[in-house]
Design a binder for this molecule. Structure first.
Ligand SMILES: Cc1cc2nc3c(=O)[nH]c(=O)nc-3n(C[C@H](O)[C@H](O)[C@H](O)COP(=O)(O)OP(=O)(O)OC[C@H]3O[C@@H](n4cnc5c(N)ncnc54)[C@H](O)[C@@H]3O)c2cc1C
Ligand SMILES: NC(=O)c1ccc[n+]([C@@H]2O[C@H](COP(=O)([O-])OP(=O)(O)OC[C@H]3O[C@@H](n4cnc5c(N)ncnc54)[C@H](O)[C@@H]3O)[C@@H](O)[C@H]2O)c1
Length: 469
């Protein structure tokens, strides 16, 4: 039986970074994966495929340049699902090679199979036809989550599907009901609308992406409607079924019945109301670790569970459940497990990137939070239509808002929507992390023409308003 310093369960972003960190510390490390592919949801069903699909949709429909070239920049008249999936498959294949190469170069043992704890330090790995036992001093549980799939919904991966099933569609549908206006629902609803699919989005709350600054989420809802998406806000789906539809010929449609009694019909339905844990089947009771009703593990600030030698990171520990945060959690968990100090960790400066159409990103506080906390601030706003690069790109709708402390002029939050928002936000994040003020943007020269000029314009705008206070 082989013994390791640490065994990691799951090759998603948390597991990958944990494994490499352990190897860099000179530890013997094995990583276990139950699927027949590397990379977890990040590479295979979540982040990478959805972002590749978005890029393909923007390119093939010409939507990215629509402001300047109207319909003329459409790269392909009839877009098929194959066109959309092709780029995604290439990126995924490349990512598998990158991860495999990193494991090989760093001496990480990759074991294919499903991990199950048989005792506090003993793991059974059930492979395809064979099984093996390994022991380790420490463990990192980074097994991720799966889409929530209530038993009363007739999922068939053809007409009714989760975000995993959407990637296996054989054709681009004419219409789609999207249930859930969280990040997955809004990203896919806006991507599908860009592709010309008639989308109805049903969300139980009255605001999409409620954690965003309300000016941004309000503007985003406006743009969604402009793209033709029907938003059914404050409505809950009660029942989902397939029904016969007679319109000359007989076809089958999906029908969603809302609590309000409304019935919606479409060719397809994407169910995106959150994710469910998978650690329940891992034998954690043999180690003395408990989990909640959504199979999430509780950890302390070092990602240590209630059993000292078992750490957990990534989606399995719940919020914020992002690839970006999972990577850092995995690295930090392993560093702590082996007594390595990794310094400060400013969780207040996590950025959020929403890859919808248009793209949205934020870091720091929203206007609503600052008002509630009684922090005096001013908002400096720049619109892409007054930024030369925004004009060149043909993005007439983008904006960047910087929240500036009224007295110290420190940056308290950055909220951005439009081309490049998810990249642009990091400039603000750096200035915030280094305790900078709005004057930084005035007193430094930026490349021109760039979207980064929006920071300068927003700083001028905010400071000018403050000059009158
Ligand atoms: C549609 C979609 C889009 C997303 N977009 C973004 C985005 O744009 N940006 C972002 O930051 N995040 C995004 N996310 C979230 C991101 O994908 C997850 O936060 C991230 O993948 C979680 O990483 P993880 O390492 O915790 O787990 P996962 O990536 O879920 O990996 C867990 C791995 O563990 C394996 N495993 C589970 N149980 C066992 C077992 N018993 N034995 C062996 N192996 C096991 C699984 O097979 C899996 O490969 C998106 C998610 C979805 C679904
Ligand atoms: N760009 C990104 O960072 C990104 C992209 C996609 C996914 N993710 C991650 O994936 C995870 C899952 O995302 P998600 O969107 O599935 O979950 P979510 O929990 O973020 O959103 C689910 C939404 O569905 C609504 N809802 C629940 N039941 C409903 C019903 N019966 N009828 C109508 N609406 C209902 C909820 O009010 C909520 O707004 C999140 O943790 C997210 O962080 C991140």
């Amino acid at each position: 039986m082989k013994h390791y310093d640490v065994v990691i369960i799951g090759t998603g972003p948390a597991g990958q970074k944990g494994a490499i960190q352990a190897a860099k510390l000179g530890k013997s490390v094995a990583i276990v994966e139950k699927q027949n592919v590397l990379g977890g949801a990040q590479i295979n069903t979540g982040t990478i495929p959805s972002k590749s699909l978005r890029e393909a949709a923007l390119h093939l429909t010409g939507a990215a340049q629509r402001g300047n070239y109207s319909g003329a920049s459409r790269a392909k008249q009839k877009i098929t699902i194959h066109d959309l999936i092709e780029i995604s498959s290439n990126v995924i294949r490349h990512e598998w090679e990158v991860i495999r190469g990193q494991f090989e170069r760093n001496g990480v043992d990759l074991i294919w199979g499903t991990a199950h704890f048989e005792g506090p330090n003993l793991l059974m790995i059930q492979g395809d036809g064979d099984s093996q036992l390994v022991t380790a001093d420490r463990f990192l549980v980074s097994c991720g989550t799966r889409p929530a799939k209530p038993a009363d919904i007739p999922f068939d991966n053809d007409a009714i599907f989760t975000s995993d099933g959407l990637l296996k569609l054989e054709r681009l549908p004419k219409s789609m009901i999207v249930v859930g206006g969280g990040v997955i629902g809004t990203e896919y609803a806006s991507i599908m609308a860009t592709l010309g699919v008639k989308v109805t989005l049903v969300e139980g709350r009255h605001q999409l992406l409620g954690f965003l600054d309300s000016e941004i989420s309000g503007a985003f809802m406006y743009f969604m409607r402009q793209q033709g998406v029907t938003l059914r806000m404050g409505e809950k789906v009660e029942r989902i079924e397939k029904v016969e539809h007679r319109n000359g010929t007989v076809s089958t449609l999906v029908q969603a019945t809302l609590e309000s009694g409304k019935k919606l019909k479409a060719e397809t339905l994407l169910y995106a109301v959150g994710r469910q844990g998978v650690c329940g089947a891992m034998g954690l009771d043999n180690v003395g670790i408990t989990f909640d009703d959504r199979e999430r593990l509780k950890v302390d600030e070092h990602y240590q569970t209630n059993v000292d030698h078992v750490y957990a990171a990534g989606d399995v520990i719940g919020f914020p459940a992002l690839a970006s945060t999972s990577m850092e959690q995995g690295r930090r968990a392993i560093a702590h497990a082996f007594g390595q100090d990794v310094g400060n960790y400013n969780t207040d400066l996590f950025p959020y990137g929403i890859y919808a159409v248009p793209e949205i990103s934020m870091v720091g506080k929203t206007e609503e939070q600052l008002t509630q906390e009684g922090v005096p601030y001013e908002a400096g706003v720049a619109r892409y239509e007054e930024i030369a690069r925004g004009q060149i790109l043909g993005d007439r709708t983008g904006m960047l808002k910087m929240l500036i402390h009224q007295d110290s002029h420190k940056i308290l939050g950055v909220h951005c929507m439009g081309t490049g928002a998810t990249e642009l936000v990091h400039i603000g994040q750096c200035v915030m992390g280094l305790d900078g003020t709005a004057e930084f943007f005035i007193n430094n020269v930026f490349n021109f023409p760039t979207l980064a000029e929006a920071y300068k314009v927003a700083a001028y705008n905010g400071l000018n308003k403050l000059a009158h206070v």
